[in-house]
Design a protein around this ligand. Structure first.
Ligand code: HEM
Length: 191
């Protein structure tokens, strides 16, 4: 693994195995999405059906979401520094993705902490509203994450991409082609 971690290359900074460092992120990031959206959904159900006894279930789901979200966050940072070639558009969207997900995680961490420590009134209206906002932002942020991969090629084996994309945004310090940008994949070469 190349240790010049900030000078990105076409092939990324993998260890050459079938499971590369940037693949921890897609392996982990569905856990917080499921737990956090699940927590908000159960909270809505409890509110609608008047079931305050579900409150501790909601808190448990939110805490699980925040803990697994921490792992997703760390693996996201690892992916940012190791991921191979992708489009220039995907490159700047990556920062938006990271920013939105960081804000979402901080919001849910605060709500989960307050609920877990029982420092709020029950039912806690502000926590509920923050949960709705957090869920909406989480969908947007995760949608951006998907776009980066499925429309920007980030994390896809560069050998499968066209030369245009491979030279598009290689996170490259030493590569002369690294700032020849392309925002689209040449679909004529895809089957
Ligand atoms: C709770 C926090 C986060 C969640 C839920 C999340 C979610 C996602 C999702 C759903 C994808 C699309 C890939 C797939 O289908 O699995 C993705 C891709 C990506 N995310 Fe995140 N993300 C989070 C935090 C971050 C952070 C903090 C960074 C960077 C600092 C980051 C960087 C990336 C990168 C580089 C990709 C594309 C390459 C790859 O998946 O390895 N993410 N993320």
């Amino acid at each position: 693994m190349n240790l010049a971690i900030l000078a990105h290359t076409e092939g990324g900074y993998g260890w050459g195995s079938p499971f590369e460092p940037w693949e921890f992120h897609p392996a982990l990031n569905h856990l917080p999405i499921a737990f956090l959206l699940g927590g908000v959904a159960v909270d809505l159900y409890a509110w609608w059906r008047g079931r305050p006894n579900l409150s501790s279930v909601v808190t448990g789901l939110l805490v699980a979401g925040v803990l697994t979200g921490g792992l997703a966050w760390l693996s996201g940072v690892l992916a940012l520094f190791t991921v191979p070639a992708h489009t220039e558009e995907a490159h700047w969207l990556m920062y938006w993705h990271a920013g939105v997900q960081t804000i979402v995680l901080a919001m849910f961490a605060w709500v989960a902490w307050k609920r877990w420590r029982k420092t709020t009134s029950s039912p806690w209206a502000l926590g509920r509203v923050l949960g709705w906002i957090g869920a909406a932002l989480l969908l947007v942020g995760s949608g951006l994450g998907g776009y980066i991969v499925y429309h920007g090629g980030a994390g896809i084996d560069p050998q499968l991409l066209t030369p245009e994309v491979r030279q598009s945004h290689t996170h490259g310090g030493g590569n002369d082609n690294s700032h020849e940008h392309a925002n689209t994949v040449d679909h004529d070469h895809r089957h």
